[in-house]
Design a protein around this ligand. Structure first.
Ligand code: ATP
Length: 335
């Protein structure tokens, strides 16, 4: 265990930003704090960094209590969304900065900074100023500047938030690769569920200052612990109430993911009903259908476009179709 949080809580005035968080993070793990805006994930990160003091609870790093240690005495580094680079310094000086503060000699710190520069694939850029770099390159410099200190834990606060989608997706892959390569524990904050699922070893889903679920990405998606997680991670069909009970023959709230629902195809031994297609969304590789079933239930279905043309799927709007899914794909969700 590299980080242990116990009963961590923080109020801002009357707002309970963090409401009793217990969390154990393993050495070398990529752990993501995921949740909607205002759910408390950044405050947790800032308390681990030492930028914010908890009202109660404790933080341990490698077995030693650091709850009240000043930020600069903690073996952690933070990478912020706005990069926080020194604009008047060139890339290599930015990266070396932490080593200089620690009093490491010129030759050695240049050597270590060059290694960090290679790790983020920015060789040749050492003498540029931050304003001569693209957003993605600036983000890499910010990473290198943190990595060069070889912290036990790297804290990343929405580090890809300012990048456009394409670059963001590319950086997600690079960041994950880099984390594997350097073996440093990463604690990553995001409100983007897709980002959390693709990059993390484990995800802690936050809502209203509390962890709602802590699990591997596949478990979060396939076995959400409650309605909040089911609704926040991925697109969910939640079937409940009297109409749901009539359809499924069982009470409670049940989750069926859109990709499990078949349109005009037979699922042996599965549920089978009819519905009217209200909306068709062509997504390129797949099409999303919104289907109204009898009894007032609407379901989202996702179908891969293996053979259909976009014209064919668009023409399905308002048509009556057979809707089916396997009973095994119904997952019971707690409130
Ligand atoms: P976001 O994704 O928007 O950054 P978050 O999940 O990281 O959200 P926090 O930034 O931790 O959420 O905020 C949790 C709650 O605490 C919010 O209601 C926020 O308004 C409040 N809060 C955070 N920092 C402060 C502060 N310095 N002063 C007052 N209230 C604060």
């Amino acid at each position: 265990m590299i980080i242990s949080l116990r009963g961590l809580a923080k109020n801002f005035g009357s707002v309970r930003a963090v409401d009793g968080v217990d969390l154990d993070i393993y050495q070398g793990e990529f752990l993501t704090l995921l949740g909607p805006s205002g759910s408390g994930k950044t405050t947790v990160l800032r308390m681990i960094a030492g930028f914010e003091a908890p009202d109660s609870g404790s933080i341990h790093l490698n077995g030693a209590e650091i709850t009240h240690l000043p930020a600069y005495e903690r073996d952690v580094n933070t990478v912020f969304q706005d990069y926080a680079l020194f604009p008047h310094m060139d890339v290599i000086s930015n990266i070396e900065y932490g080593l200089r503060v620690k009093g490491i000699g010129k030759v050695e710190r240049r050597e270590q900074a060059m290694v960090a520069l290679q790790q983020v694939r920015l060789e040749g850029y050492e003498n540029r100023k931050p304003n001569q770099l693209s957003g993605g390159q600036r983000q890499r410099v910010a990473l290198a500047r943190a990595l060069v200190n070889r912290p036990a834990v790297l804290l990343l606060d929405e580090p890809l938030g300012a990048l456009d989608l394409k670059l963001r997706e590319q950086m997600q892959i690079e960041l994950k690769e880099l984390q594997r390569q350097v073996g440093i524990t990463f604690i990553f904050v995001t409100h983007d569920q897709e980002e959390a699922l693709t990059m993390s070893d484990r995800v802690a889903v936050f809502d209203r200052g509390k962890i709602q679920q802590l699990d591997k990405p596949a478990a979060i998606y396939e076995r959400p612990s409650n309605e909040f997680v089911a609704g926040f991670v991925g697109i969910s069909n939640l079937i409940s109430g009297a109409a749901g009970e009539k359809l499924l023959g069982k009470p409670g709230t049940w989750l069926v993911r859109p990709e499990k629902i078949e349109i005009d195809a037979h699922v042996p031994g599965g549920r089978s009903t009819t519905g009217v297609i209200r909306e068709v969304e062509y997504l390129g590789p797949a099409t999303r259908f919104l289907v109204d079933l009898e009894g007032g239930i609407s379901l989202m279905a996702l179908r891969q476009n293996t053979s259909e043309s976009s014209d064919k799927v668009a023409s399905m709007r308002n048509s009556t179709v057979k809707v089916s899914w396997s009973i095994d794909s119904e997952f019971h969700v707690k409130n």
